[in-house]
Design a protein around this ligand. Structure first.
Ligand code: GLP
Length: 250
């Protein structure tokens, strides 16, 4: 247990390369890794970098299992806003991961039962090897909205106005963003053997400092990374952190 390692990078390109280095290390050590994969804009460079390293024969992704991190509720089949669709385009297709190696979240039927089966499958398998995560402007991981504590399980959630507003950037307007979602819970995420949190852009300036240096608690769900048992790296670019490269008062 300890504070996350903070790696400072200049810009989104370097963030993609450094994040990919960490992911490659895990996948090379354990080719059958279970990897939870965030959507959002920040990890896109990391995924593009992984795809190009794969094309160059530098990594093999033919045994990894990809685990969905979050999904909106209430979308019809083929909806352009599907986060699984985004995950397919950005991660699964470029890395040629077939459907039978993708663990998707339950979206209908008995969600309580489906979500606990999802967590059990992860637990039975021995947990996640790698979590590639982005940071919400309100400190969420996946859709673990504040308040969420470190025991939070995979579940249905209501999205906060801040998150709906932030997600509107992807889909057009706030009215295009569904108000409910399913997210992998913090409990499973925090137990991952390696966590890579990628943070980019000025809008994350205040929250990333709270995540790394602030008090740990449900008001900033990502702050629990400070207490995670695994290997946690926050890769943050200059626009997000600012120019002083000192993660905390010592
Ligand atoms: C979204 C998603 C998260 C994502 C985060 C940051 O709401 N639920 O999984 O990591 O917000 O997104 P971005 O990288 O676009 O800032």
């Amino acid at each position: 247990m300890g504070r996350p390692r903070v790696v400072f990078v200049d810009d989104p390109d370097e963030l993609g390369r450094v994040g990919a280095d960490l992911a490659v290390e895990t996948i090379t050590r354990d080719p059958a890794s279970w990897v939870v994969v965030a959507t959002g804009r920040t990890p896109m460079g990391l995924y593009a970098e992984l795809a190009s390293r794969r094309r160059a024969g530098l990594i093999h992704t033919d045994q990894i299992t990809a685990v969905q991190l979050d999904e909106y509720l209430g979308l019809g089949a083929g909806d352009r806003r599907s986060l699984l669709g985004w995950m397919r385009r950005s991660f699964l297709e470029p890395l040629e991961i077939p459907d039978d190696r993708v663990m998707t979240l339950p979206l209908d039927g008995d969600l309580v039962r489906g979500c606990s089966a999802f967590d059990e499958a992860i637990e039975d398998r021995g947990g996640l090897d790698l979590a590639i995560l982005g940071l919400g402007e309100n400190g969420h991981l996946g859709f673990n909205e504040p308040p969420s504590d470190d025991e939070a399980r995979t579940r249905k959630v209501q999205l906060s106005p801040v998150t709906i507003e932030a997600n509107a950037r992807y889909w057009g307007a706030a009215s295009d963003v569904p108000s409910e979602a399913v997210t992998v819970g913090l409990h499973s995420l925090l137990a991952a053997r390696r966590i890579v949190l990628v943070v980019s852009g000025e809008a994350k300036h205040e929250i990333v400092r709270e995540v790394v240096d602030g008090p740990v608690g449900p008001a900033v769900p990502a702050s629990y990374l400070q207490e995670a048992e695994g290997d946690v790296t926050v890769v943050v670019d200059r626009a997000a952190w600012g120019s002083d490269r000192v993660p905390r008062a010592t």
